[in-house]
Design a protein around this ligand. Sequence first.
Ligand SMILES: [Zn+2]
Length: 551
Amino acid sequence: MFRLSVRWSVAIGLAGGVISGSGTRLAAQAITTGEIDGDLRFLSSDLLEGRAPATRGGQLASAYIASALQGAGLAPGYKGSFLQPVSIDVVSADQSAIRVAVSGAATSVLRDPDDVVVWSGSATETATAHGELVFVGYGVAAPEYHWDDFKGIDLTGKVLLILVNDPPATSAEPGLFDGPAMTYYGRWTYKFEEAERRGAVGALIIHDTDRAGYPWHTVVGSWAKAQRMLPRDPGLPAPLGVRGWITDSAATALLARAGLDLAALRARAATRDFRPVATGITVDASIPSRVEHLTSDNVVGVVPGRDPALRGQYVVFTAHWDHLGIGPAVNGDSIYNGAEDNASGVADGLAMARAAAALPPARRPRRSLLFLFVTAEESGLLGSAYFAGHPPVPASALIADLNIDGGNLLGVVRDLTVLGEHKSTLGASLAAYVAPRGLRLAPDAHPEKGYFYRSDHFSFARVGVPSVSIGPGTDYVGRDRTWGVEQDDAYTAHRYHQPSDEYRPDFDLRGAVQLSELVLGFGESLADAPTVPTWLPTAEFHRAGGTAAVQ
Ligand SMILES: [Zn+2]
């Protein structure tokens, strides 16, 4: 086994002594490929049965992580325990009994899943929505873009019909809604949340393969099945009775029978003076479901900071431990091991926790470091959302979240991929941290896909904590520039969320050591810095709650 720092320094020609034998500025103990290999091998083994929340394999994973944190000398991070219990409601609709009828200007039944895919908006056995269908354009209220599709119109008791994605940028305003990059206003999650804030009883998003970024069968595959959700906290708006998607062709036909032209409505929706359009169509939807209550655990440990005045502030490191469990067999294998997604991130996080805790108290950073391994990411970021909503200290004391969802198993890189680089000062700080270490940040290859909103760091963004996900880029030392891109594509095509995402003896874990040392070292630098990270003015998330997008 080789210590990465030696290899890495040689490989990229760093001047000796700059990093003093380690990518981590403060580390007393170097991170090794061996420790990452051990954790990765165990967490992704068939014994853990794919680590689904609230299964035996999932419980073994969280118990193992808690033991590892305790053994490394971290302090328990939640009410004296390493475990934070998370309640999860599982809502299984009786798909054959779902009924969506429309009456008034047009009378018919919408077929599920050919015309619509609907599901219950909360953990209830009889979800219903009965109300007039109102077309609300993109359904966006974005003060920072001076955009309001609602114009103060009361939508209480209505069923909203909403276009997917952001309002398109125009030649007059190319920066509108961040141009080709997706903002949170474009995500389906935002559309449903905004509909709830408006008092609607239901919401249907009009599917469009181009603008959604995925075909209708992905909609069917994602939502025509049991849905997992957190029990709703008191104080939030009443949940929608019914959430759903409708195909573009079904929406077009439905509106046509009411004398409305979807293409014309879509054009109006792309302008600031758009106003909601009542359709005269009444929607009557009902979904009978079975509801099950599960409990899983976030795992959390703390390395206290050395400065009594600042140790009440925390840099958070996150990685989700859950994966998909046991599912449909592919090539005779039904265990979805999730080696890369995300046993790799957990192994990196455990290595970072051990290295951080090995520092003598007097050499630790001024602020505290909080290592958080969350459950139920694959069910919609539920574990991290629960933690962010129920943190052990006020969310305002969490100064940043650095997330790893997919570590580096392929060797040492010269670039990093950062989700959220341009949302907060973390992007520039990270670029400045890695530059003297011979690395740069790669631009987001797919800003239109909105990946920023799709992993656990986003749960922290929603409560105002500056956050990024950090992973390898595609420029691997000793490889041709196209090799890394090919590896990414092969992963997406052949292993992502499949049983074949499993441990391989040919993983090159020097990349995992590099990533762990960089993320830990960067986090330690934040924990020692005179100022804390902040959102950029263009981001949707501000700590003071200055945006309607986040509650
Ligand atoms: Zn993941």
